[in-house]
Each structure stands twice: as C-alpha cells, then as structure tokens.
Design a protein around this ligand. Structure first.
Ligand code: FMN
Length: 171
C-alpha cells in the first residue's frame, strides 16, 4: 500500500477474523516499532507480543475499553519504565505515541487492522505479561484482519476540519 493510502486507511479496528497475522507481517510491524524515533534516541520501551488466545482473553480484562484485545490475532503490549518526574513521563509517552503510529501504519500497509487499548489494572497486566516491577504497561495495540470490512481509505474522516485546526503563519 502507498504511504498515503495507509495513512488514510488506518482506523480503529475492534473486531477481527480468526486469520492469524502472518509471521513476516508481524516481524515487519515489530521492526517498524523498533525503528521509531525517540527523545535522544533513548528507546525507553519493550514490546511483548501476545498471540496465545487464553492470554489475549485475560489481557482484555486490564481495562473496560480493552475488550477487543480478546479477539485480536496478536497484541503488542508497550512496556516502559516508571518515572516520577513529569517531564520524563511526558517524554516517554510522546515516544510511545510515535511507536503506536509506526505500528499502526505498518499494519495498515499490510492490510492488517489495529486498535489501541489503555491499561488500567497494572497488577493484572504484570501478572499476565511478566514485566519487571520498575516498568509499566503503557498501551496495548490489538492486531488482526478486520472482521467488519477491509481497510480502505476513509473518505470522510470523523475529524475537525482542516481550516479549523491549521493556523497559517500565526494563530
Ligand atoms: C491514547 C489513545 C488511547 C486510546 N484508548 C482506547 C481504548 O482504551 N479503547 C479503545 O477501544 N480505543 C481507544 N483508542 C482509540 C480512539 O478512540 C480512536 O483512535 C479515535 O476515536 C479515532 O478513531 P480512529 O482511530 O478510528 O480514527 C485510543 C486512542 C488513543 C490515541
């Protein structure tokens, strides 16, 4: 898919077919995550890839908006260091936002749907995924082939108009 088409086709997908994500596609998606830029190239992230159905089902319990994780073909958990300093926390979250978009665009490029989920229950996430005490699970990204309709460029995105959000030269 062209980059422009991948950008326009990505949307949150929350229902997936039973078809697994191919190994080559999954590796490419993870490679896209690894290549993401980060503040001072610190790369304060680890990725836990989950494909086991029972583990996915349990993972769906970490947040009331994470139900779609259960039916995903694979989910990538973004794990990051805990930080007390709010500036460091913000910087880590910025970097993770970029990882998320890299993953989602690489997935869209391969025709694979993706959907974010937040994580509320860190204790449960740690129990399921086994990450160390000094880390937390920041976000989950569900992946799979869309069960509703294939990814196609969204004609009329549910977004504020360009003229409203873009300020040219000055606000
Ligand atoms: C930081 C962030 C957290 C999100 N958390 C969730 C979530 O927990 N559950 C969910 O179903 N969608 C979640 N979303 C998806 C958004 O609701 C979605 O991206 C937004 O409504 C725009 O729709 P689109 O992605 O289909 O364009 C999240 C998105 C972002 C950027």
């Amino acid at each position: 898919m062209e980059t422009w088409d991948a950008i326009r086709s990505r949307r949150n997908v929350r229902t997936f077919t039973d078809r697994p994500v191919g190994a080559a596609d999954l590796e490419r998606i993870l490679e896209a995550a690894r290549r993401t830029p980060s503040s001072s190239n610190r790369q304060r992230w680890d990725f836990v890839v989950v494909t086991d159905r029972e583990r996915l089902r349990r993972l769906a319990g970490v947040w009331r908006g994470a139900g779609h994780i259960a039916g995903s073909a694979a989910t990538i958990a973004l794990i990051a260091p805990q930080a007390d300093d709010p500036h460091i926390r913000e910087s880590i979250q910025y970097d993770l936002g970029q990882v998320t978009m890299s993953v989602m665009l690489a997935a869209a490029d391969a025709g694979i749907g993706s959907g974010h989920a937040a994580v509320e229950d860190q204790h449960l996430a740690r129990e399921i995924l086994g990450f160390p005490e000094d880390r937390f699970c920041a976000w989950l990204i569900a992946l799979g082939h869309p069960a509703d309709r294939p990814l196609r460029p969204v004609r009329r995105p549910d977004r504020r108009p360009l003229d409203e959000v873009v300020h040219r030269e000055r606000w």
